[in-house]
Ligand binder design. Structure first.
Ligand code: GLN
Length: 547
């Protein structure tokens, strides 16, 4: 039976609760325990799939096709444990389950209430698979005191009471602001936050305090006294230059030891931190630098492309170079020549996206990379744009475009080289969609197999011809155009096993030009960089040597 660690936040949002949870997961693994991390989000969307990346950052997709919060990406990157549908839930999903049961008559005769019906639904979710791991880490989104978070806090309080004593602990993350004028670190907001938590029946066992600098002993003791925790359970979390130092930094501060002490696990197994020492060494001691341009739409919020930025960092670590990323707004290239913007980069990446805005600019970026022999990685929409560019400018399909854009504009302007797929195969099952489907959860989602062409660039890069990668898209490249495009030199080097869906394209005579219909960035880890990102950065490094 798993032990449970509930992670909550207070004072302000964006303190890095997800990262702290992920780093703690990694530290418990380093001590030989198995872990699973889970996120419970109080918002009312059924899942984040329908939220704008501007608002909520990227949508992270799991192998089993769930559209989840980007914190699950942190969890996977730090622990290597593949997240599942059952590792992410929102109030929207919980309420929708409860209401479905109510309509079905599961609670016949009863008045449906937040306590116990909603809280029971949350508790059932927390307990899924509890026999599979040593530790289950459950992070509650938002901050204590939020109205919508209350049912979750009540549920974890009840959950810890339902379990035998000592099987659940609570870790609370707060902020210690530094007041420059008086030169003081302030503990009052943390005291209030803990008071709020205790008023709903939760007494934290561990306090993780974010601060710009170190926390002096005096403040530590004060926090321990006023918040009723042990002084060695007040953990300082200082700002770090790289998130990948977090496991080592938290270990130095004694977080994993404090957690094991709280569970009274003694003697504590010794940690093996060599994986994280190597990661930190690679990130802090690069031997060079490459500059990569990400030409996209959601460039104001870096979280919108979180996994891509991380995967590039991992690719850099594998090649011992620092990858400097610059975000370039694709729309600029609809008015101006891309040359002056892109000539200083060693590689160009066009990421995924939805809708027509910026797409003509992305097509220009793909054309620039092809013509100037600059390494290009096109991901999902970035692959579709590379195919449209090839069709228009090399294969002579002058009006090539995507049905997605005509669908939005309500008129037919393009020859649909990329079209809306209505039926496909997943494993042994057929999946069908219609144009009128709901927007949420109706794309081609999750892991699909692909077969790579022997002797292709990608087969060399992956070192195999059988792969599986995660998808999240509605539109596909039409194989009707395969012959014309291959005659022009764009090779379809990865296909779905039934040969119907193009998964990878590459220019044969280009040093590195690859478009993938899936999202390789979702599977990259600092200690196991994704082969495509590793080789993309290698190619960029090569380009930097040539100039
Ligand atoms: N909008 C495109 C589609 O739905 C690409 C999606 C993406 O890049 N994730 O097919």
């Amino acid at each position: 039976m798993a032990r449970f660690i509930f992670i909550t936040g207070g004072v302000v949002s964006s303190l890095g609760k997800g990262l702290a949870s992920a780093a703690l997961g990694a530290l418990l693994q380093a001590r030989g325990f198995s872990v699973r991390l889970r996120k419970l989000d109080p918002y009312l969307n059924v899942d984040p799939g329908t939220m704008s990346p501007f608002e909520h950052g990227e949508v992270f997709v799991t192998d089993d096709g769930a559209e989840t919060d980007l914190d699950l990406g942190h969890y996977e990157r730090f622990t290597g444990v593949a997240a599942r549908k059952t590792d992410s839930v929102s109030s929207g999903r919980i309420y929708s389950n409860v209401l479905e049961k109510e309509r079905r008559g599961d609670y016949l005769g009863k008045t449906i209430q937040v306590i116990p019906h909603v809280t029971n639904e949350i508790k059932d979710f927390i307990a899924i698979g509890e026999d599979e791991v040593d530790f289950m880490l459950c992070e509650i989104g938002g901050t204590v005191g939020d109205i919508e978070g209350l049912p979750f806090f009540e549920a974890i309080r009840q959950f810890s009471q339902d379990k035998p004593r000592g099987q659940c602990i609570f870790m609370h993350l707060t902020l210690l602001p530094f007041i420059r004028a008086s030169g003081e670190l302030k503990t009052k907001p943390t005291q209030h936050s803990v008071k709020e938590l205790r008023s709903i029946g939760i007494a934290p066992d561990i306090l993780v305090c974010r601060s710009e600098g170190p926390i002096p002993q005096k403040e530590r003791e004060k926090l321990a006294l006023f918040c009723n925790v042990r002084p060695d359970s007040v953990i300082a979390a200082q700002d770090l230059k790289s998130i990948y130092e977090a496991p080592l930094a938290y270990h130095r501060e004694g977080l994993d030891q404090a957690v094991l002490d709280a569970f009274q696990i003694s003697p504590a197994p010794r940690p093996d931190l060599t994986r994280w020492e190597d990661v930190a060494d690679r990130i802090y001691n690069p031997e060079g630098e490459v500059k990569v341009a990400i030409v996209g739409k959601y460039t104001q919020l870096e979280d919108a492309y979180k996994s891509i930025a991380e995967a590039l960092t991992h690719g850099g670590m594998a090649n011992r170079v620092k990858v400097s990323v610059e975000w370039v707004d694709a729309e600029i290239f609809e008015r101006e020549d891309p040359g002056p913007y892109l000539e200083n980069f060693q590689a160009i990446l066009v990421p995924g996206g939805f809708g027509e805005r910026g797409t003509e600019g992305k097509i220009k970026a793909a054309q620039y990379a092809r013509e100037h022999k600059i390494p290009y990685l096109g991901i999902c929409l970035g692959m579709q744009m590379a195919v449209i560019e090839a069709a228009r400018n090399v294969a002579g399909v002058k009006s090539a475009g995507s049905e997605e854009f005509d669908h939005e504009a309500g008129k037919k302007r393009f020859e649909p080289v990329v079209y809306h797929l209505k039926e496909w195969v997943q494993g042994n099952a057929k999946v069908s969609r219609s144009a009128q489907d709901d927007k949420g959860g109706t794309m081609r989602l999750g892991a699909y197999d692909a077969v790579l062409t022997e002797g292709s660039h990608v087969a060399r890069i992956y070192g195999t011809t059988a792969i599986d990668e995660r998808h999240r898209h509605r539109y596909e490249v039409d194989i009707k155009y395969r012959e014309a495009l291959e005659a022009a030199g764009l090779c379809f080097s990865g296909m779905s096993p039934d040969g119907r869906l193009p998964e990878i394209v590459e220019w044969q005579d280009h040093p590195w030009f690859i478009g993938v219909q899936f999202h390789p960035e979702l599977k990259s880890k600092p200690f196991d960089p994704h082969p495509l990102f590793k080789d993309f950065v290698r190619a960029a490094k090569e380009t930097s040597r040539l100039v």
